[in-house]
Ligand binder design. Structure first.
Ligand code: ZN
Length: 207
């Protein structure tokens, strides 16, 4: 389903490469939709739940939006910073899920958003351990989708660059072919087409 990173572009001929870039973008968009669905439907973590039950990333975001003033009353504490990290992370992951056609943008946005949520608590809470996070399926699915988007993005970049490289090589080859076979007028120095018998500039006969 997914070509090996960095090698993918070597498995295809030049004419197929355009199609490859196109399908990578389509796959990116589909993964973006999957990410969007995961944000709303899959249980993400129990960070905002009183009963310890896992909630979707959207539900957590909404909880923090609805309750931010009651969280702010207590000043800057772990809960407030966690709320901010989740809000920031949610917005970046949501934005990432919408730009799947540009997999590198989608991947980078969602990886940064997820990093706020994943790494943030280590900065905020002393003695924090990963097990405390209460992350569940949505967390892992969205991380996996984000990483695949990054890989797709790199693949699009490599395939596009390869295409441009071969185009440039071809143009250089054509240019030197033309130069090699061109007939230079001995009288005025003008370049003439290979099959010319008289100079296109001064009409002198070419030998
Ligand atoms: Zn001439």
């Amino acid at each position: 389903m997914f070509p090996v990173l960095g090698l993918g572009h070597r498995f295809y001929t030049r004419s197929e490469r355009h199609g490859v870039v196109h399908s990578a973008r389509i796959i990116g968009a589909v993964l973006g939709f999957a990410m969007l669905g995961s944000i709303f439907l899959l249980p993400f973590s129990n960070v905002a739940s009183q009963g310890g039950q896992s909630q979707s990333l959207f539900s957590i975001f909404k909880f923090f939006i609805d309750n931010i003033s009651s969280v702010q009353i207590n000043g800057v504490n772990n809960e407030l910073v966690t709320a901010y990290l989740y809000q920031l992370g949610f917005i970046m992951i949501l934005a990432g899920s919408f730009v799947g056609l540009f997999p590198i943008g989608s991947g980078v946005l969602s990886v940064i958003g997820l990093s706020f949520i994943t790494i943030g608590p280590y900065e905020v809470t002393s003695g924090y351990s990963f097990a405390q996070s209460g992350f569940s399926s949505g967390f892992y699915v969205i991380w996996a989708l984000a990483i695949v988007e990054v890989m797709l993005g790199i693949w699009v970049f490599l395939a596009t660059r390869e295409k441009e490289d071969s185009l440039a090589r071809q143009m250089r080859a054509n240019a030197s072919d033309v130069a090699a076979s061109a007939r230079v007028c001995a009288l005025c120095g003008a370049n003439n087409p290979p099959n010319a018998t008289i100079c296109i500039n001064c009409r002198a006969p070419l030998r």
